[in-house]
Design a protein around this ligand. Structure first.
Ligand SMILES: [Mg+2]
Length: 261
């Protein structure tokens, strides 16, 4: 009996040590990024930099451009005006992955603003520039999203100005709709899909090629926020394949690195 138990213990130990590194590896891939996002002054500084530039661009447009329609700025929500990094931390602590805990996090409506976002959007609103929140959060997350935006104090946080995900994840249709009634003077986001259809679900080379082509737009009409936690930059590495194991994702990340001889 004692021998049997000893064998059982050895087998159990072996299976644990075999599975441990896989989950550890999967978690570790996002750990540095999350610590950087939550604690670094550099992250905050980049956000302030982006929103300060947005403010200058907005003021320049008000001063220099004649517009026929009312002005609007389009902002994305997640990791552009709201900081969801506590969700990322929760997922890692519990050794799970998105969409685990997402619903609970959204329902709390407790996300803090991204640095600089609140001041910039209040400034835009004070100049009669409409703010549209174009997000791929789902329709059933609308109420909690509006609650969170209002709680933080964001302007135009109402049914008309919040555009959640419709039939497709591309934001182009929603941008086109806004452009019918407004002159869109700025687009602000953390994911290239927040700016133009040219970036939607493109393979790595094509999306980077589009960045080269549209380079003059960045810092001009497109304002980009840093997000090393997730995004199409990462989905492109995984070739937009869903349901990959943490181990496979780790392998793909490593395999794409550029090194030297
Ligand atoms: Mg986002």
């Amino acid at each position: 009996m004692r021998l049997l138990m000893a064998i059982f213990a050895v087998v159990l130990l072996a299976s644990c040590s075999a599975s441990q590194p896989i989950t550890e590896r999967g978690r570790y891939d996002a750990l540095s990024a999350t610590v950087w996002f939550q604690t670094s002054g550099e992250f905050r500084a980049l956000c302030f930099q982006a929103y300060q530039l947005a403010g200058w661009r907005l003021d320049a447009d008000l001063r220099d451009s004649a517009r026929t329609k009312p002005r609007a700025v389009i902002v994305d929500v997640d990791e552009t005006v709201l900081d969801n990094s506590p969700h990322q931390a929760k997922v890692m602590q519990n050794d799970t992955a998105y969409p685990a805990w997402w619903r609970q996090w959204v329902e709390k409506a407790d996300a803090r603003p991204i640095p600089g976002a609140l001041e910039f959007l209040k400034h835009a609103s004070s100049k009669n520039v409409s703010v549209f929140y174009v997000t791929n959060r789902s329709a059933d997350e609308r109420a909690a999203t509006l609650k969170n935006l209002r709680q933080v104090g964001f302007p135009d946080a109402d049914e008309l100005h919040l555009m959640t995900r419709e039939d497709e994840s591309s934001k182009e249709v929603r941008r086109t709709r806004i452009a019918q009634t407004h002159d869109i003077i700025l687009l602000i986001g953390d994911n290239l899909g927040d700016f133009a259809a040219a970036f939607d679900r493109q393979p790595l080379e094509a999306r980077n090629g589009a960045v080269e082509r549209l380079q003059r737009e960045f810092g001009s009409r497109f304002i980009v926020l840093p997000n090393p936690l997730y995004g199409d930059w990462e989905s492109a590495v995984f070739e937009y394949g869903g349901g990959l194991t943490p181990e496979r994702r780790h392998q793909l990340r490593k395999s794409i690195l550029r090194s030297f001889e």
